[in-house]
Design a protein around this ligand. Structure first.
Ligand SMILES: O=C(O)CCC(=O)c1ccccc1C(=O)O
Ligand SMILES: [Mg+2]
Length: 378
């Protein structure tokens, strides 16, 4: 494919009400939309929405790196293959493949910019899938599933309100609800979890996310007390750099712990997987393509985890619909679809462009469009 035109449009999303996690409070999200046009006029779409507290570049650096990627892409041809797209983002290693194809990261001087890489990679994947006439998920894996389960994200603070949100989500058809914990006394979190369990009954999965907000001692108490309520899993109970604490906690917890923020440091990944010798630090992994630098790195990570008997699921980082569309295609292509994806956040935003799109969950699921590529009209 030859890229004949590149465009970058700033984007901004306002949340209906602030989303409070143990580490940050989100009121709006900012980023940019990328479009790449090929020689036949097809449009590939991508999106960058940096999340600095998850180790991505700032919006400023993101835009600079995107401009650099655009300069290297404009008017250039790229081999029509997944390998060529993957290689475009890899630093030259002197090994196999060097000198073949187009390099978007030709030197080490280009800053680590996973959100920028994510946007351009997605637009290239969208184009490649369109050129082949298949949905993006099937480009990632020929046996991709036709639909993915999604969790509802509960945002209320008080137990009563949380329970009401949870009941509504279950009535809509959600089988998994997720709530933020930590950053408050454990008694309060216990009352919140108890209220949600009472509201949803025994069959619905309750997923917790502590966003690294507990010390190891607090996390031990939390796991002992909250585990009683039958939890599906808990994301990032301890601070992301405390891999040994996560390891110890996982051996004690009666449910899987999922590393999320910990994946922001590339050096942590072999340790988390137990690939550096020793046992894995967690039983599950949260894949945020925006943080991991694209759909392909996230897919490779999930396959490596699956080969070790570990699970992975996809979540957005409160991104716009273009990123969520790509993430839904990734979720459909993962080795396992058992764990619901965190892609039900569209309703948290004041208004979305477009307002109607195929990636709005229906009855707790997203059915992947049959259209070639992302399946999202530009
Ligand atoms: O998983 C979801 O439903 C939404 C994603 C989410 O919780 C989130 C949103 C913004 C920043 C961090 C996180 C997180 O998973 O930790
Ligand atoms: Mg999380």
């Amino acid at each position: 494919m030859r890229i004949t035109k590149t465009t970058l449009t700033p984007s901004r999303l306002e949340l209906v009400r602030p989303l409070k996690t143990a580490r940050a409070t989100y009121t709006r999200r900012e980023g940019c939309l990328v479009q790449l046009v090929d020689e036949e006029g097809r449009i590939g779409q991508g999106e960058a929405m940096p999340l600095v507290e998850f180790g991505t570049e700032s919006l400023n650096v993101c835009q600079q790196v995107l401009q650099g990627h655009f300069r290297r892409l404009d008017g250039q041809s790229l081999v029509d293959s997944l390998d060529a797209i993957e290689e475009a983002f890899a630093l030259p290693t002197g090994g196999l493949g060097q000198g073949r194809g187009l390099r978007l990261r030709p030197t080490e001087e280009i800053p680590h910019a996973p959100a920028a890489d994510h946007a351009v990679e997605m637009a290239l994947l969208d184009l490649l899938a369109q050129r082949r006439g298949i949905p993006l998920c099937r480009l990632l894996d020929r046996a991709a599933r036709p639909e993915v389960w999604v969790n509802a994200l509960l945002t209320a603070e008080a137990p009563g309100e949380l329970a009401e949100e949870a009941r509504k989500a279950v009535a809509e058809g959600y089988k998994t609800v997720k709530m933020k914990v930590a950053g408050r006394p454990l008694d309060e979190d216990e009352a919140r979890v108890r209220a949600v369990r009472q509201a949803v009954g025994p069959e619905v999965n309750i997923r917790l996310d502590a966003n690294g907000g507990w010390s190891e001692t607090e996390a031990v108490h939390a796991v002992d007390r909250l585990g009683w309520y039958g939890l599906e899993l808990c994301e990032q109970p301890v601070p992301p750099q405390e891999l040994r604490a996560l390891w110890r906690l996982q051996r004690r917890a009666p449910f899987p712990l999922a590393a999320d923020e910990a994946l922001a440091s590339p050096e942590a990944i072999p340790v988390l997987l137990g690939a550096a010798g020793g046992m894995p630090a967690a039983r599950a992994f949260v894949l945020k393509p925006m943080v991991l630098g694209g759909l392909l790195p996230a897919l490779m990570f999930a396959r490596q985890a699956a080969s070790l008997g570990l699970e992975a699921f996809v979540t957005s980082a409160l991104d716009g619909v273009v990123s969520r569309a790509g993430a839904a295609h990734l979720a459909a292509a993962l080795p396992s679809g058992r764990l619901a994806s965190g892609l039900g956040v569209g309703s948290l935003f004041v208004r979305e462009e477009p307002e109607v799109h195929p990636f709005q969950p229906l009855q707790g699921r997203i059915r992947l469009p049959e259209a070639p590529g992302l399946g999202l009209a530009p």
